[in-house]
Ligand binder design. Structure first.
Ligand code: 7TS
Length: 416
């Protein structure tokens, strides 16, 4: 993702020093040192994040926005401070554009329901791609069924790259929303989101980017991408689970109806009628995940402190090394060979079911994911039931990849 790398001078990147900050990596699994290659599913947490959550609960916890006492003030400052940090991290114009959600899944559901209920009508079209995670398929199916709108799918080639000509052909005045993953979790493909946004805007469609896999790996600048909504999850960017971010353009959010009703999201309530608060609070009914937001703010500062250019470069080197080893391995087929690819290696091994492979890896302390990766249409495209996926994080090393390939050799030995 060279185009999105930060141009600021970044600190030295020392993977040993990064690893040392992750207590969970320092353990044995079945008498082998843990090799964690499943960050695409969820990343491990550095000390600073664990400590921030613990300190918050030890010292500062109270409910936000409503208390008149000191702890309520501190909790509110920490919560809103995290919102400001996240806004500046993705280059949003204002913290009012940052909605705290449970994760990318909830962010997408929020847009599909709130924006979709108001803006879609019978015959309108919503466009997604063949490589979406179910989180960016099912919410659109729901709203399309509710509104009698049509779900269109941008196809991909056998390398796992979107067919941009087909996209151009599918676009029309009927297209109201284009919802696309920034990076495919099953293939690693980095999609040309800027170009997609520009083409979609040309026909008057809005664009939502599912950034769940992109936010941990590269600098996200929503202003540069030009999209209308961007969603990501805290737990994949080295932050806690149960918290994520939906960014939306302020002028769009201002017109959108609430997603859920309850406390925090109202201005005035009578039994006849309720008036709603302005964004982001209109979309944050109930007591939020305060500790999660605090942890996420710290995680993002920490990641930013490593330098996202460094992170991209490090993970690109891991991918290159793993890909070259994969190409030398007999019987191994890489699923997803896009020109522009992030740190994900999905593969199948001739004659061995991915789930059996997963177990063999596990017994050697190597954590990978085997399955359909919540992207069943991708599996259908490649005619496989599942793949094995190694996904890389900031703490992975070339030795981790060597361990992965020792696992492959062991599996081939066992299965003859
Ligand atoms: N979108 C993409 C591209 C994802 O990879 C994921 C999670 C989601 C959305 C949903 O994120 P959530 O945090 O709301 O669950 N992907 C994976 C994965 O690849 N393995 O486990 C979860």
């Amino acid at each position: 993702m060279a185009e999105q790398q930060s141009i600021k001078v970044e600190p030295e990147f020392d993977v040993a020093q990064v690893r040392a900050q992750f207590p969970s990596l320092n353990q044995q699994v079945y008498d082998h040192p843990l090799v964690y290659l499943d960050s695409g599913a969820s990343a491990q947490k550095p000390d600073v994040v664990i400590d921030a959550i613990s300190n918050y609960y030890r010292n500062d916890h109270a409910n936000v926005h409503r208390g008149v006492h000191k702890l309520a003030e501190r909790a509110t400052d920490a919560f809103e401070g995290a919102r400001e940090r996240i806004a500046s991290f993705i280059n949003a114009e204002s913290p009012r554009e940052i909605i705290f959600v449970r994760g990318a899944t909830e962010g997408i559901n929020l847009v599909a329901q709130s924006w979709g209920q108001q803006n879609l009508k019978s015959g309108d079209e919503v466009m997604i791609t063949e490589m979406e995670h179910h989180a960016n398929i099912v919410p659109w199916q729901f709203i399309c069924q509710q509104k009698n709108a049509v779900l269109k799918v941008i196809p991909m080639n056998d390398r796992g790259e979107l067919l941009m000509d087909s996209f151009r052909d599918l676009l029309s005045a009927k297209t109201r929303m284009v919802a696309v993953t920034h990076i495919s979790n099953a293939l690693g493909t980095v999609n040309p989101v800027k170009e997609i946004v520009s083409l979609a805007h040309h026909v008057g469609a809005k664009v939502l980017i599912d950034g769940a896999q992109a936010a941990p790996h590269s600098k996200i600048d929503i202003d540069e991408i030009g999209c209308d909504f961007y969603a990501f999850s805290g737990h994949k960017v080295y932050g806690p689970t149960g918290i994520g971010v939906l960014w939306g353009r302020e002028e769009l959010l201002a017109k959108m109806p609430p997603y859920q009703g309850g406390g925090e999201m109202i201005r005035r309530v009578t039994f006849e009628k309720s008036d709603f608060a302005s964004p982001p609070y209109r979309f944050e009914a109930g007591t939020p995940n305060i500790a999660g937001a605090v942890g996420l703010g710290v995680a993002i500062d920490w990641l930013d402190g490593l330098g996202l250019g460094n992170v991209s470069t490090h993970e690109a080197a891991l991918l290159e090394y793993a890909t070259s080893k994969a190409k030398e391995t007999p019987g191994m087929r890489i699923i997803g060979t896009a020109e522009n690819k992030a740190g994900i290696l999905s593969f199948e091994l001739e004659g061995i079911h991915p789930h059996d492979l997963g177990t063999i890896f596990d017994r050697q302390g190597v954590a990978i994911r085997a399955g359909h990766h919540c992207a069943m249409p991708v599996m259908q495209h490649f005619s496989v039931p599942a793949t094995v996926r190694a996904s890389f994080g900031v703490y992975n090393t070339l030795e981790d990849i060597d361990a992965l390939f020792r696992g492959v050799a062991r599996a081939q030995e066992l299965f003859g």
